[in-house]
Write a protein that binds this ligand. Structure first.
Ligand code: AMP
Ligand code: MG
Length: 326
């Protein structure tokens, strides 16, 4: 996904120039854009917060809370990490296991942690699937202690960016500035751009160019797809979103799933979860739970399915678009 911002709009640039900052963290290119008087201070605070969250949640950093928890099997956690694990477990149950924050042993098996990719054998996969039972996470609200069974490891990669976006937008709002954050194509925006305009967010097409553009205020627009990270062997593509019931890249009939919500963390987890569910189950899940979010799906026949709540705000060229009936 990519974002069309006021930077492209020369007239706006003349009147209210945004301040931007680019940061590489969480394995992702992050761009922060701010309008308003406190923009500079806001960007510094936002950068601090990104580094803090990355330091807590990165599986790639040996001293992060997540790495320590994974290594020791139990740990007393910060508010941030405890809260995110709790939400991840709730969403895992709600999505019937399609979203599962315990996929790290499986991710490692396929080499997604080191980028030394390989295709594991059935036996290895079966062994590691033993460690992905969401009901085996034990938590204590009072001490914020989480305990895992031996072999279990948490991976917040499917939810942490959405959480971070929410935290950054909170900082923007606290400082009274408007703007947007773009974490590797996942975009969250405040209520308005200068002149009270809404934001136009481009959703990247898995082929090339754009799937479409969605007009939003105070929302996150989060996309998951197998095209985002993958390796190829003998002409077959193996991507990074795992089907928790098989321990293999999800054999989804969807190419991409965009979830639009005020709750960026929820949108992030759901975009991953609905991709795993596939079209039929994903749309059924949406119909049962649609109060808090909208969806834009692209299936393998290049057809777009857009939910009713966002259909008037979504523009697409060259794709067949069907509105999902609620
Ligand atoms: P996203 O890009 O938000 O769809 O998240 C994908 C990332 O989430 C992967 O790179 C893994 O770190 C992790 N992940 C993979 N499969 C799942 C799954 N079924 N549920 C939750 N997280 C997953
Ligand atoms: Mg996600």
């Amino acid at each position: 996904m990519f974002i069309i911002t006021a930077c492209n709009n020369i007239k706006l640039q003349e009147t209210k120039k945004p301040l931007t900052k680019e940061i590489f963290a969480m394995d992702t290119e992050i761009t922060l854009t701010c309008y308003g008087e406190n923009a500079e201070r806001t960007l510094s605070e936002a950068e601090e917060r990104i580094k803090e969250i990355d330091g807590l949640m990165s599986t790639g950093k040996a001293d992060s809370e997540i790495s320590q928890l994974n290594k020791k099997g139990n740990a007393k956690l910060s508010n941030d990490v405890y809260y995110l694990i709790k939400r991840a477990v709730e969403i895992s149950k709600k999505t019937n296991g399609a979203f599962n924050p315990l996929m790290y042993p499986i991710m490692k098996l396929w080499g997604f942690d080191t980028k030394r990719y390989r295709i594991p054998g059935e036996k290895e996969i079966k062994e590691k699937l033993e460690f992905t039972d969401i009901n085996s996470i034990v938590s204590d609200e009072n001490t914020r202690k989480i305990s895992l069974k031996k072999g279990m490891e948490i991976d917040l990669g499917g939810i942490a960016k959405g959480f971070t976006s929410d935290e950054l937008i909170k900082i923007f709002k606290k400082n009274g500035v408007d703007g947007l954050v773009n974490l590797g194509g996942n975009v969250s925006v405040t209520e308005r751009k200068p002149e009270n305009k809404p934001y136009k967010v481009g959703i990247r097409s898995p082929y090339s160019g754009l799937l479409g553009v969605v007009t939003v205020r105070d929302k996150s627009v989060i996309t998951s797809g197998g095209y985002e990270r993958y390796f190829e062997k003998n002409g077959i593509r193996y991507h990074h979103i795992m089907e928790p019931s098989t321990g293999k890249p999800a054999n989804s009939d969807l190419l991409s799933v965009t979830v639009i919500s005020k709750d960026g963390m929820y949108a992030d987890a759901l975009s991953t979860g609905i991709f795993v569910m596939g079209k039929k189950t994903g749309i059924a899940f949406f119909k049962q739970n649609h109060e808090k979010f909208d969806i834009i799906l692209l299936d393998k026949k290049s057809k777009i399915y857009v939910s009713n709540g966002i259909k008037n705000e979504f523009i697409s060229k060259g794709f067949d678009v069907e509105v999902i009936k609620e």
